[in-house]
Design a protein around this ligand. Structure first.
Ligand SMILES: Nc1nc2c(ncn2[C@@H]2O[C@H](COP(=O)(O)OP(=O)(O)OP(=O)(O)O)[C@@H](O)[C@H]2O)c(=O)[nH]1
Length: 368
């Protein structure tokens, strides 16, 4: 059995973690968390870390003992410099909490790229974990809606670069903007998006720790994640009726199945495809044909099959990217945002000149 650590940093990281814990309770009723056991196959430890106590309080499926509050006002207000300083001051406390739960075979650290707490804690925490332990550490990074403002875009550009340079074994991207644009199945945006990420993470954990007909494991996942430019995304499709397995595979690879905007056939570097369902739906010929089509374009593709009696086909695809045109677009927008912030700061410097002018009359009185 694998020992898995999942950390959620900042509000977004906390909420996605909570959605994973919810998914692990089986979602049947809101009382499930009181009477049912989480259906993790592996030994999974979850930790939510935040500077804002209210963000931690709002979590519903993450146990109180799994929440670490690092007191700092009500968050760090999207200021990554403050966030980094707060992390450094509390580093020992945080790493001791991780140490107490270990040892682990693999870790995932979840954060938004754009806020203050999660995006500044994550690169520093990953670096600490990599320096102290041997296990792989993956980062799951949620990109912002593009209209959320210049500070969030600026934070994204710097945090993504820092996470990439932190020693992380790979970055899995989920993009709020892309998932919102898809519309349809993303009802109330955050809950819908968090649920999409959670069901993919649950499937991924299942596939790394499962007795399968044809096996993929943590080693295969590591090899896939080591490919390409260090960036990956996850695709998923669950059939709710009797559907040919080849259609289910195609749907998992289509934009509507992915967490980030990419064309797998053009941008992917390596992939892992896991198919789950009743034997009755799993035509080996159909599966092999689809995998061959993919590997002709992509390079190496690992495949795994999990037999689940009575279940319609479900497909998970983990794919690393060789190139990511959407990241290039995002950095172009972020550079504009950084320019705007710089100009604003210069204007504030000019205002300081205005202050100087005002201060020239300090101590003087008007005479009439
Ligand atoms: N998908 C998703 N995105 C979220 C959620 N909550 C916040 N975000 C996004 O996260 C970004 C803001 O980062 P947060 O995680 O709220 O910030 P933080 O890390 O807590 O940092 P501070 O609040 O600045 O201390 C924005 O781009 C939001 O759109 C959520 O529940 N789901």
């Amino acid at each position: 059995m694998l020992n898995v650590l999942i950390i959620g940093n900042g509000q977004c990281g906390n909420r996605v973690l909570d959605a994973i814990n919810k998914e692990a309770f089986g979602k049947k009723s809101k009382f499930a968390k009181f009477y049912s056991k989480q259906k993790y196959k592996s030994n999974v430890e979850t930790i939510a870390i935040n500077t804002a106590i209210n963000d931690l309080k709002e979590l519903e499926f993450t146990k109180a003992k799994d929440r670490i509050h690092i007191p700092h006002l009500h968050g760090v207000g999207a200021n990554r410099n403050v966030g980094k300083q707060v992390f450094e001051e509390n580093k020992e406390h945080i790493t001791r909490k991780v140490e107490d739960r270990g040892p682990f075979d693999v870790a995932f650290v979840i954060t938004s790229s754009s806020g203050g707490t999660g995006s500044s804690f994550t690169p520093l925490l990953v670096k600490e974990l990599k320096e102290r332990y041997d296990f792989p550490v993956y980062s799951l990074v949620v990109l912002p809606f593009r209209e959320e403002g210049t500070l969030y875009l600026q934070n994204t550009a710097f945090s993504l670069k820092e996470i990439r340079e932190s020693g992380t074994d790979g970055i899995i991207l989920a993009d709020n903007q892309f998932l919102k644009d898809l519309g349809g199945n993303v009802q109330s945006a955050y809950d819908g998006i968090n649920g999409m990420i959670a069901e993919r993470m649950m499937f991924l954990l299942d596939s790394m720790d499962s007795e399968m007909m044809m096996v993929t494991d943590l080693g295969d996942f590591q090899t896939v994640m080591a490919g390409g430019a260090g960036l990956a995304t996850i695709g998923y499709y669950r059939a709710d009726k009797d559907l040919p397995v080849k259609t289910a595979i195609q749907n998992a690879l289509a934009p509507s199945g992915l967490l980030f905007s990419t064309n797998i056939y053009e941008e992917a570097s390596r992939a892992m495809v896991i198919i789950k369902g009743d034997n009755e739906y799993l035509s080996i010929d159909d599966i092999s044909n689809e995998i061959e089509k993919l590997s002709a374009n992509v390079g190496h593709v690992f495949k795994g099959i999990i037999v689940r009696k009575g279940e319609y086909p479900q497909v998970l695809v983990v794919s690393t990217m060789e190139s990511a045109s959407e990241i290039e677009n995002l950095y172009n927008v972020a550079i504009d945002a950084i320019g705007q912030e710089r100009e604003k700061k210069n204007r504030i410097e000019n205002e300081k000149e205005v202050d100087k002018a005002f201060s020239k009359i300090d101590g003087l009185e008007p005479h009439y």
